[in-house]
Design a binder for this molecule. Structure first.
Ligand SMILES: *Cc1c(COP(=O)(O)O)cnc(C)c1O
Length: 383
């Protein structure tokens, strides 16, 4: 019997109950004496920022972190009311966007600070900003050894209020780099002293990302900025062999078999003829490809789940289609669910394990599931 599904069956299920559970699990582990910023940049690492933020706001997070002001705008349009920090600062053309939507920028450059202050003066408003300090990441931020000048210049801008001081760890996930992380913490403490001596009184002091909060609980500060672990992506961005909170995966990636074909031994499959059947085979065509974020590098390498069994990807993954050898799957039929990330029966494929075979991290896998894949929000609360 042919089951011809109504819509393309490829979708990402986002389990909001697991997202909530991860937040509570992390909060129990890290402690209640700090504030929690949920980092929902990059569409919540591919999970859907408005829906994840709504769920996390209900669960009690204090702040949201985004990369870009336009990502903050998306949250405001979705009705989120908690403070939003734009981790990647802003471009001068976005000053009004920030002010009108009550978005808090990080600051590390005077031209941006002056543009913001000028707009604040014109509108007779005080604007909160967070100063970002580079204590060793070497990316954005005011260098820790150049902070005095910056603080003096910021103080001269009367319509900006320094609400927070932050830095970002370079290698908090690597325990062999503990000395460097410690050095970053010391530099941050010195920076906090400089700021205090200048007379500024920030409310927030924050350093830790996911691995920082879990592996460096001694890091000072009164807020943690968490992305990955809220989405259950701990397997590859947290150090091995340390105590950690229990985390559940939030995204699963699913499709279904569109077509089944018997292919005799010795025939080639797909672009470039990179695979030849070594036996009489049953080959399934699945409507997902690299444009969906199922990466082409998984050609002849990836595995999927069908009827609870692992089945190998054969031939090149193309833009819209992937071939799977289902010869060994009993009773396989058109319409059968194909799990590319997630659980089916007793077996499971994690974003972390896909990432490992692609020599990357799980964040790149979930961020890479493209907008062509509809997100379907569920509340299953399952591992
Ligand atoms: C992305 C980001 C985070 C979150 O990092 P995770 O490892 O996902 O927890 C925290 N702080 C800053 C500045 C970031 O850019």
């Amino acid at each position: 019997m042919d089951i011809f599904s109504d819509q393309r069956p490829t979708r990402a299920d986002i389990d909001l109950a697991n997202l909530t559970q991860n937040f509570h699990s992390v909060k129990n582990f890290v402690g209640k004496n700090v504030q929690y910023m949920a980092v929902v940049k990059a569409d919540a690492y591919g999970h859907g920022a408005p829906q994840c933020a709504q769920t996390l706001e209900k669960a009690g997070v204090d702040w949201f972190g985004v990369a870009l002001p336009e990502e903050g705008l998306e949250l405001r349009r979705a009705g989120l009311t908690r403070p939003i920090l734009c981790l990647g600062s802003f471009w001068p053309g976005q000053v009004d966007l920030l002010i009108q939507n009550d978005l808090t920028p990080t600051l590390f450059q005077m031209p941006a600070a002056r543009a913001l202050n000028a707009a604040a003066v014109a509108q007779n408003r005080m604007i909160d900003v967070h100063i970002k300090i580079d204590t060793g990441m070497g990316r954005v931020g005011v260098r820790h050894d150049r902070l005095e000048d910056f603080v003096r210049d910021i103080k001269s801008l009367k319509n900006l209020r320094v609400d927070g001081l932050m830095t970002h760890f370079a290698a908090a996930d690597d325990l062999e780099e503990n000395d460097f992380t410690r050095l970053q913490i010391e530099r941050f403490q010195k920076a906090a002293d400089i700021v205090a001596k200048s007379g500024l009184e920030p409310t927030y002091f924050d350093l830790a990302n996911s691995p920082g909060a879990v592996a460096h609980k001694d890091a000072p500060g009164n807020m943690v900025r968490l992305g990955g672990i809220l989405y259950g992506l701990g397997g590859d961005v947290l150090p091995k062999n340390i105590a950690k909170p229990e985390l559940l995966p939030v995204m699963s990636l699913r499709s279904a078999i569109t077509l089944l074909k018997r292919v005799p031994k010795g025939e080639s499959l797909g672009y470039g003829r990179t695979f030849f059947t070594e036996r009489d085979s049953l080959i399934a065509t699945v409507p997902i490809g690299y444009n969906d974020g199922y990466r082409r590098s998984l050609s002849n390498l990836g595995k999927v789940l069908v009827r609870g069994e692992f089945a190998p990807v054969v031939g090149r993954i193309s833009m819209d289609w992937t071939l799977v050898d289902v010869t060994d799957v009993e009773n396989v039929q058109v319409g059968d669910e194909v799990v590319l990330i997630g659980r089916q029966g007793a077996n499971r494929i994690t974003a972390e394990c896909l990432a490992a075979s692609l020599d990357t991290i799980s964040y790149e896998i979930t961020c890479g599931i493209s907008s062509r894949v509809p997100r379907s929000y569920v509340n299953r609360a399952i591992g």
